[in-house]
Write a protein of this length. Structure first.
Length: 1025
C-alpha cells in the first residue's frame, strides 16, 4: 500500500505527521540566530614585521624578500602580496576557499615554522615577525558610541576614564567579541625627552639613559625565608612608581657629583603617541568606541544589551561628558529582517487568494493553503539542524517557498476534485487521484531540490551565499512534497464534497477559464504546423537576451542603504599632521547643513576619515547612493586639499572589496621601467570616466633622507655598530626603555626620545655621543652622512613579483564589469617585456563569483536532466521538458534590463531557482501525455489532451509563484535591493516561461515523438555511411 493510501485510511496518523513537523519547527525557531548574511570565511594569514625608522625600500629588500621565501612552497595559496612602508612590512596570504579547518591549521603551522626559521633579519629588527590568523570570530563594528566633552575634563583624563572605566563594562557583556578604541586620544606614557645640550655638557649618551631605566625596571623572584616556626615569602617592592621617581634615578656619579635622569632629560607624563588620533563630532572634540559582536551571536540581541549597559553607565559619567550610541548596525539588520517577514505575510495572502479563486471553494482551497504553515514552520527545524541562521537569504527562500509549497498540494487537490466531478465519491476520488499524481509530485519535488545539489560540492563566496538560500528552499519543497503525499490526500478524502451548484462568482470564473481553455486548445492546434516560426521566435528572444546580458551592468552585490557612508581622504604625498589640522574643515564642509545627515564623525589618525551617519530611512527622501552622488559633486567643487573616496558601508560583514585593484607585475627587478608603465596606465585611467580617486603605489614623490653609516669609520674608532644604530633609533624615533608600574594600579611605558624641539634637526647628531671600546665618547655625526632623495612611499609585491598596485573607486553608473572591459582593451598595449597584470579587489571578486555561478548553473542542468531521465526512463523526455529553460531565462533577463537592474548574486540565485520552477510545468505536461499514449492515443492527441487538462493547474501554480514573488519585486526600505532583483527575475522568468511551456512543450513532444520509437533508433544505427 502506498503512503497516500495509508494516510487516507488513517487520518489521525497523517495529522500527527504534520503536527510533529510544526512542533519541531517551532522549537527550532527559538534557537536560530539572526544575521544579515550567512557567514563566509576567507582563510587567510598576515605576517607583520617592523623596524623603527626603516625606509620602505629597506623593508622591501631586507624583510619582504625573506618573508616571501619563507611562504614559498605553501599549498593552496590563492594570492600572496606584500606591502612595505616606512617601518613596517606586511605579507598577506589568501588561501583557496575549498580548504577545510584541518588543512588551514596545518598551513598556519607551516607558515609560523617557516617564518620562525628565518635567521638573517637585519640586526635593527628587535622583535620577530608575527603571524596572525585572520579568521576572526568577531563581526564588523555593530555599534559606535561617542563621548562628547562639554565640561572641563582634560583630553587625557577623558581617554583614561573611557579606557579604564567604561570599556571593561562593555567587554563583560555576553556576546561582545571585542572593543575598538577609544579613538580620539592616546594611551598614557612616561615621556623622557632627552636634552642634547645638557647631555653634551655632561658627556652622556642615550644608551646611558636607556640602560639605567632598563636596570631599574628589572624584576626578580625573591623566594622565601624558611624559619624554625614558619616560612616567610619575600615580595620585592618596586621603588619606581611615579614620574618623580623616574626623574630621580641616578645615571652616573662623576667625581662625587650625582647625575640623575632629570639632569639631562625632561620627564613628564604625556601621550604615548606623538600624533594621537583626533575625533570631532559635528565640530565638538570627542572620543568614540566601537563594539563588535561575536559572529556566532545575534547582533540584535547584543545591541540591545549594549543599549541597556549605556543606560547603566550614563549616571556614572563625569560632569560634562555626553555619551550616545550614534550608530547601531543591528537596526538595519532588524528592519531588513522585519521587512522580509512582512513580505512573507503579503505573499501568503496573495497565494491564498489565487488558490481560492481557482478552486472556487474555501473548503477545497484549505487543502493546499494548510501546507503553507506546515512547510514554513517545519523548515526551521531543517535550518537548525544544518546550522543556518535567519538572514535575508533564508527569508527570501521561505518567501519563494510560499508559491512552491502549495504547488504539489494544488496538483493533488485539483486531480482529486476532477474525479469527484466525474462521479466518484471523495474517498475513492482521493485514492484514484493520488495514484495518478504520485509520480509527478515526486518528480517535481526532486527536480526542484536537485537544482541545488551542486552547491553542496562547491566552496567560495558564491557557494556560501547560495547554500543557505538553496538548502532552505529545497527543504521547504521536500517537506511540501511529503505533505502533499500525506496530509493533502487525507484532507481531500474527508473535506471535499461534490458541489451541485457552485457559487455564482466561481461560475463566472469557471466559465472564463473554460473559454480560455477552448481558445488555448484551438491556438495550440495551429502551432503544430508552425514549428519553424516558433523556433525563429525563440531564437530571436534568445538573441535579445544575449544582447541584454552583454549590455547589462554586472556587480557582485547591490549596495544596500545602511545609512553609513565611509569617506577616506587622500592628501598630497609627504604632508604632515599640521596639513590635516589646517584643511580638515574643507572635508567637513561637504556634509555641513545637509538635512539627511544625522552626525559626522571626523577622524584624524594618519590621514583623515569621516564616518557620515545618515538619518533613518523614514526621515530622509534620498537613498545613501543618491546622497553619495551629491557628496561627490560637492567635494569636486569645494575640496582642493584632498582626493575623497565615498563608500556606503555594507551590512554583510563579508569584507568584499569595493574598489578596483590592478596589479602590474614584472618578473625582473627593474622597478624603474615598471614605474613608467604604471604612470602610463594611470594616465589611461584618468581619461576614463568610469573611475575616480586613482592611486599608484609606485608614485615617486615621497621625500626621504638616505642615512648612510660609515662602517669603516666605526671599526677604526672602536665603536660597536649596535651602539650607533641604537643611538640613531633614539634620535629618529622613540625607544621603549621600561615600564612604570604606577601607584594607580596601571602600567605605563617609559618612552625615551630626543626633545621635540630637536627632533628632525640633523645638527643634533653633533651633540649625541656613542662610546668606543677605549671609553672615548664620539659624536654620532662622525659616522653618519645624510642625503635627501625622492622615492616610492611604499613597495609592493604580488605573487612574489615586484608590483605596482593601482587602485581606483568606481564612479556612479559604472560597474566592475565596465572597468574590467576598459582595462582589458587598454592596458595590454602599454605593457613592456616581462610585465603582466592581474585584477584584485572588486573585479577579481566579480570574476570569481561569475565563474562560480556559471559552474553551478551548468551542473544544475546536468543534475536535473539525469534525475528526469531516471524518472521517465527516457533521455528524450528530459530534453523536451528543459526546452523552456532558455526562454524563461530570456524573460528574466529582459525584465531586469527593462527595470534597470544588474546581474548580481541575488539575480543569479533567482535564475538558478527559475530552472527548477519552470521544469515543473513540463513534467506535468509530459507525464500526462505519456499516460495518454499508453491508452493508445497518438502523440498529437496526447499532447493536446494533456495541455488542456493541465492548463488550470499550470496557470494556478504559475500565478501563485508570480504573485508570491510580486511583493519582492515591489519591495522598498532597508535590504530591498536584493528582494527586488530576485523578485523581478522570478516574475519575468515565470511569466515568459509559463507561456512558452504551454506551447513549446506540446509542440516539441510531437516533434520528438519519433525519437522515442526504437525502430527509428535502430534504423539510425544501421544506416550505411
Amino acid at each position: 500500500m502506498k503512503l497516500p493510501e495509508i494516510c487516507i485510511k488513517h487520518p489521525v496518523f497523517a495529522s500527527v505527521l504534520s503536527i510533529t513537523i510544526v512542533l519541531l519547527g517551532l522549537l527550532s525557531f527559538q534557537k536560530l540566530s539572526i544575521q544579515y548574511f550567512p557567514e563566509h570565511k576567507t582563510p587567510s594569514a598576515t605576517v607583520t614585521a617592523a623596524i623603527n625608522g626603516a625606509s620602505a625600500e629597506f623593508m622591501s629588500r631586507n624583510v619582504a624578500d625573506k618573508l616571501i621565501t619563507a611562504a614559498t612552497g605553501l599549498d593552496s595559496v590563492k594570492t600572496m602580496t606584500t606591502d612595505c612602508q616606512e617601518g613596517t612590512c606586511n605579507l598577506k596570504i589568501i588561501f583557496e576557499d575549498d580548504i577545510n579547518d584541518v588543512e588551514y591549521t596545518s598551513l598556519m603551522n607551516n607558515l609560523r615554522s617557516s617564518v620562525e626559521a628565518i635567521g638573517d633579519f637585519p640586526p635593527s629588527m628587535t622583535d620577530k615577525p608575527t603571524v596572525t590568523d585572520d579568521s576572526s570570530d568577531t563581526s564588523m563594528p555593530s555599534n559606535i558610541i561617542t563621548f562628547v566633552n562639554t565640561g572641563k575634563m582634560s583630553k587625557q583624563d577623558m581617554y583614561d576614564y573611557i579606557s579604564q572605566q567604561v570599556v571593561p563594562q562593555f567587554k563583560h557583556i555576553q556576546g561582545v567579541g571585542g572593543i575598538w578604541g577609544p579613538y580620539g586620544g592616546s594611551e598614557k606614557a612616561v615621556r623622557v625627552w632627552l636634552q642634547p645640550d645638557r647631555m653634551m655638557a655632561l658627556n652622556m649618551s642615550a644608551s646611558d639613559v636607556v640602560g639605567t631605566l632598563s636596570s631599574y625596571n628589572a624584576t626578580f623572584t625573591a623566594g622565601t625565608i624558611k624559619g624554625q616556626v614558619r616560612d616567610f615569602s619575600i615580595n620585592p617592592v618596586n621603588q619606581v612608581t611615579s614620574v618623580d621617581d623616574v626623574r630621580d634615578l641616578v645615571v652616573r656619579v662623576d667625581n662625587g657629583k650625582i647625575i640623575r635622569i632629570g639632569d639631562i632629560a625632561e620627564v613628564k607624563m604625556g601621550e604615548e603617541s606623538l600624533t594621537p588620533s583626533i575625533l570631532r563630532v559635528d565640530d565638538n572634540l570627542a572620543m568614540s568606541i566601537q563594539v563588535l559582536p561575536l559572529k556566532s551571536e545575534n547582533p540584535v540581541t547584543v545591541a540591545n544589551k549594549v543599549k541597556k549597559q549605556i543606560d547603566v553607565i550614563q549616571p556614572q559619567l563625569p560632569e560634562g561628558i555626553e555619551m550616545k550610541m550614534v550608530y547601531n548596525q543591528a537596526d538595519f539588520i532588524k528592519t531588513a529582517i522585519d521587512e522580509g517577514f512582512m513580505t512573507l505575510v503579503e505573499a501568503i495572502v496573495l497565494v491564498s487568494a489565487v488558490v481560492v479563486l481557482f478552486l472556487g471553494s474555501v473548503r477545497v482551497a484549505s487543502i493546499p493553503i494548510i501546507t503553507i504553515p506546515v512547510c514554513v514552520i517545519g523548515v526551521f527545524a531543517v535550518m537548525h539542524l544544518l546550522g543556518f541562521s535567519i538572514n535575508v537569504l533564508t527569508i527570501l527562500a521561505i518567501i519563494l517557498a510560499i508559491g512552491l509549497v502549495v504547488d504539489d498540494a494544488i496538483v493533488v487537490a485539483e486531480n482529486c476534485y476532477r474525479h469527484i466531478e466525474e462521479g466518484e465519491t471523495p474517498f475513492n476520488a482521493a485514492i484514484k487521484g493520488c495514484r495518478e499524481i504520485v509520480f509527478p509530485v515526486i518528480a517535481m519535488t526532486l527536480t526542484l531540490a536537485v537544482v541545488y545539489l551542486p552547491i553542496g560540492l562547491m566552496a567560495g563566496l558564491t557557494a556560501d551565499l547560495f547554500r543557505q538560500f538553496a538548502f532552505t528552499l529545497a527543504a521547504a519543497v521536500i517537506i511540501s512534497g511529503f505533505v502533499a503525499l500525506t496530509l493533502s490526500p487525507m484532507m481531500s478524502a474527508y473535506l471535499m464534497k461534490p458541489v451541485s451548484t457552485p457559487a455564482k462568482w466561481y461560475q463566472k470564473v469557471d466559465a472564463k477559464l473554460n473559454v480560455l481553455s477552448d481558445l488555448y486548445t484551438k491556438e495550440l492546434g495551429k502551432w503544430f504546423d508552425r514549428k519553424a516560426l516558433m523556433s525563429g521566435i525563440a531564437l530571436v528572444l534568445i538573441a535579445l537576451s544575449a544582447l541584454a546580458v552583454w549590455t547589462m551592468p554586472q556587480v557582485l552585490l547591490p549596495t544596500e542603504d545602511t545609512g553609513f557612508v565611509e569617506v577616506t581622504s587622500t592628501p598630497p604625498t609627504g604632508v604632515g599632521r599640521q596639513y590635516h589640522l589646517d584643511n580638515n574643515e574643507q572635508l567637513n564642509s561637504v556634509f555641513k547643513g545637509d538635512n539627511s545627515v544625522e552626525a559626522n564623525l571626523s577622524y584624524i589618525e594618519g590621514t583623515p576619515t569621516n564616518h557620515v551617519l545618515l538619518k533613518s530611512w523614514g526621515e530622509r527622501d534620498q537613498s545613501a547612493d543618491e546622497l553619495v552622488n551629491e557628496f561627490i559633486a560637492k567635494a569636486q567643487s569645494s575640496v582642493s586639499a584632498y582626493g575623497m573616496s565615498f563608500k556606503v558601508r555594507s551590512a554583510d560583514n563579508l569584507n568584499i572589496a569595493t574598489n578596483m585593484i590592478l596589479e602590474l607585475t614584472t618578473v625582473n627587478r627593474d622597478t624603474t621601467v615598471l614605474s613608467e608603465t604604471a604612470n602610463e596606465v594611470v594616465e589611461a585611467l584618468e581619461s576614463y570616466e568610469g573611475v575616480t580617486n586613482i592611486k599608484n603605489s609606485m608614485l615617486r614623490d615621497q621625500l626621504r633622507y638616505d642615512l648612510s653609516i660609515d662602517r669603516n669609520a666605526i671599526v677604526l674608532s672602536g665603536v660597536d655598530y649596535s651602539n650607533v644604530t641604537n643611538a640613531l633609533s633614539t634620535f629618529l624615533g622613540s625607544v621603549k626603555a621600561a615600564d612604570l608600574q604606577a601607584d594607580d594600579g596601571y602600567t605605563y611605558p617609559i618612552q625615551v626620545q630626543v626633545n621635540l624641539s630637536d627632533l628632525g634637526d640633523f645638527k643634533v647628531l653633533d651633540k649625541l655621543y656613542v662610546d668606543s671600546q677605549s671609553g672615548q665618547r664620539l659624536p654620532l655625526s662622525q659616522f653618519v652622512s645624510i642625503k635627501q632623495v625622492t622615492s616610492e612611499s611604499n613597495f609592493k609585491t604580488f605573487m612574489g613579483k615586484d608590483s605596482a598596485e593601482i587602485t581606483a573607486d568606481l564612479m556612479p553608473g559604472y560597474t566592475a564589469s565596465d572597468v574590467k572591459a576598459y582595462i582589458d582593451d587598454t592596458v595590454p598595449s602599454l605593457l613592456k617585456p616581462a610585465q603582466s597584470y592581474e585584477f584584485n579587489g572588486v573585479v577579481k571578486d566579480l570574476v570569481d563569483s561569475t565563474a562560480g555561478a556559471q559552474v553551478l548553473f551548468v551542473l544544475a542542468l546536468i543534475f536535473i536532466f539525469l534525475i528526469l531521465a531516471a524518472q521517465f526512463e527516457s533521455f528524450v523526455d528530459p530534453m523536451i521538458i528543459l526546452l523552456t529553460v532558455p526562454l524563461c531565462i530570456v524573460g528574466a533577463i529582459l525584465t531586469l534590463s527593462v527595470f534597470g537592474q544588474s546581474l548580481n548574486i541575488y539575480s543569479k540565485i533567482g535564475l538558478l531557482t527559475l530552472v527548477g520552477l519552470v521544469t515543473k510545468h513540463g513534467i506535468l505536461l509530459v507525464e500526462f501525455a505519456n499516460e495518454k499514449r499508453k491508452s493508445g492515443a497518438s502523440a498529437k492527441e496526447a499532447a493536446i489532451s494533456s495541455a488542456r487538462s493541465r492548463l488550470r493547474p499550470i496557470l494556478m501554480t504559475s500565478l501563485t509563484m508570480i504573485l508570491g514573488s510580486l511583493p519582492l519585486a515591489l519591495a522598498d526600505g532597508p535590504g530591498s535591493l536584493g528582494r527586488i532583483n530576485i523578485g523581478l527575475v522570478l516574475v519575468g522568468g515565470l511569466s515568459v516561461g509559463t507561456f512558452f511551456s504551454l506551447f513549446l512543450v506540446p509542440v516539441a513532444y510531437v516533434g520528438m515523438a519519433n525519437l522515442k520509437q526504437m525502430d527509428l533508433l535502430t534504423r539510425l544505427r544501421t544506416k550505411p555511411a
